[in-house]
Design a protein around this ligand. Structure first.
Ligand SMILES: Cc1ncc(COP(=O)(O)O)c(C=O)c1O
Length: 336
C-alpha cells in the first residue's frame, strides 16, 4: 500500500526557524509543576488531572466542558476528526496551499480531495469566497486553517456572516484549524452553538510555547465531542504533558507577553526583509512566507539557520528571538 507520510528530515541547525516553534522556553511555573508530578510516573494518569485540564480549557475558550476535548497535540485532534466523522470515499475540500497533514490524512483515509486555490493579492493571500461556498455544497468536510499555514493570511477571519453561510451550505462538517489563534485574535468558536457542524481545533504548541509536550484540543457541539471522544481514555495524554497544560492554563498571563514579543519580532523581521528586497507577505501568525529566486534554505543552513522550503521559490520562516531574526537578516543582507 502506498501511503503518504509527513516528510520530516529534521536538520541539525543551531537556529530552528523551520517548524513554527516558539523561541521562548516554557515558563518556570510550568517546568516546576511538571518536575513535581513526574515522580508519579509509575501510575496511570490520575483522571482528575485530565478532568482539570479539560475544565481549564473550557474556561480559557469560554465554552462548556462538554464542548471541548483535549488531545495529545493539534495533530492528534485533526487525526481523530479525519478518522471519525468522515467515511472512505467522502469528499474533502482543502485550501491550496494548506497545512501538509490535511493532504496526508485525506489520502491515507481514502477520501476524495478537492481544492480551492489561494492567490496572492498584494501583501496577503486570499481566496474567492464564491468558489469556496459553491464547492462546499458537495463536501463532507471542509478544512480551513485560519490563519493559513503557510501563507500566514486570514481566511474567514471569524466573520459570522461568512462562516454561517458556509456552515449553512456545506453538505457535512467545517473544520476550522485555529492553531495560530492567539496571534490572529479572531475565532469561529461563538458559532459552534448555532452550527453544530462547525468543529474548531487549537493547539498549545505555538503561543503557549509547549510544542514538545504535545497538547491540543477540539471545540464543538456536545454531540460532536461525544463522538470524537468515544475511543479515547483519560490516559491518552502523558502525565508530564497534562501537568504542563494544567499549570500553563492556571496561570496563562505569560502567553500574551510571549505573543506580543513574537509579533514585535515578526514586524521587525518583515520590515528588515522588505528593506533587503525580499518579497515578504504579511502574517497573522508566528511565521512569514517569503519568495526569493535564490536557494534561501541552503544559504541560511550554511550559517546554521533552518527554514522551510515550500515550492516555487516560496519559503516559510518562523519568527525567532530578536537576536535570531537579526542574524537571519544579516546573512541575507550579506548574501553569501
Ligand atoms: C495549521 C496547523 N495545524 C496543526 C498543527 C499541529 O500542531 P500541534 O503541534 O499541536 O500538533 C500545525 C503545526 O505547525 C499547524 O501549522
Amino acid at each position: 500500500m502506498n501511503s503518504k507520510r509527513y516528510s520530516f528530515n529534521d536538520v541539525n541547525a543551531e537556529i530552528r526557524l523551520h517548524l513554527n516553534e516558539s523561541p521562548l522556553p516554557p515558563p518556570k511555573h510550568v517546568v516546576e509543576y511538571v518536575t513535581e508530578v513526574i515522580q508519579y510516573g509509575n501510575l496511570y494518569v490520575n483522571s482528575k488531572l485530565f478532568a482539570e485540564f479539560r475544565e481549564l480549557l473550557a474556561g480559557y475558550v469560554g465554552v462548556d466542558v462538554a464542548e471541548v476535548f483535549p488531545y495529545a497535540g493539534g495533530d492528534a485532534a485533526l487525526r481523530a476528526i479525519f478518522y471519525t466523522i468522515v467515511e472512505v470515499g467522502d469528499e474533502v475540500l482543502l485550501l491550496n496551499p494548506t497545512y501538509s497533514m490535511f493532504d496526508i490524512f485525506t489520502s491515507n483515509r481514502g477520501l476524495k480531495k478537492v481544492e480551492v486555490n489561494l492567490r496572492e493579492c498584494g501583501d496577503w493571500w486570499c481566496l474567492d469566497y464564491t468558489d469556496l461556498i459553491l464547492m462546499a455544497e458537495d463536501a463532507d468536510l471542509v478544512v480551513i486553517d485560519d490563519p493559513n499555514n503557510p501563507t500566514g493570511s486570514p481566511v474567514l477571519r471569524g466573520d459570522p456572516k461568512l462562516i454561517s453561510e458556509l456552515a449553512g451550505v456545506v453538505k457535512g462538517f467545517i473544520l476550522i484549524d485555529e492553531t495560530y489563534f492567539e496571534f490572529s485574535g479572531y475565532t469561529a468558536v461563538p458559532l459552534i452553538r448555532d452550527y453544530p457542524n462547525i468543529i474548531v481545533v487549537r493547539s498549545l504548541s505555538k503561543a503557549f510555547s509547549l510544542a514538545g509536550f504535545r497538547l491540543g484540543y477540539v471545540v464543538g457541539s456536545p454531540e460532536v465531542i461525544d463522538v470524537l471522544s468515544s475511543t479515547y481514555t483519560p490516559f491518552d495524554i502523558p502525565l508530564p504533558s497534562l501537568a504542563a497544560g494544567v499549570a500553563a492554563l492556571k496561570n496563562s498571563t505569560y502567553v500574551s507577553t510571549a505573543v506580543d514579543t513574537i509579533k514585535r519580532n515578526r514586524d521587525l523581521m518583515l520590515q528588515g526583509l522588505r528593506k533587503l528586497g525580499v518579497r515578504s507577505y504579511n502574517s497573522l501568525t508566528n511565521f512569514i512566507l517569503v519568495r526569493d529566486s535564490r536557494d534561501l534554505r541552503d544559504l541560511l543552513l550554511k550559517h546554521g539557520i533552518a527554514i522551510k522550503a515550500i515550492d516555487n521559490g516560496l519559503y516559510r520562516v518562523s519568527v525567532g528571538s530578536e537576536e535570531q531574526c537579526g542574524k537571519l537578516l544579516k546573512i541575507l543582507g550579506d548574501g553569501v
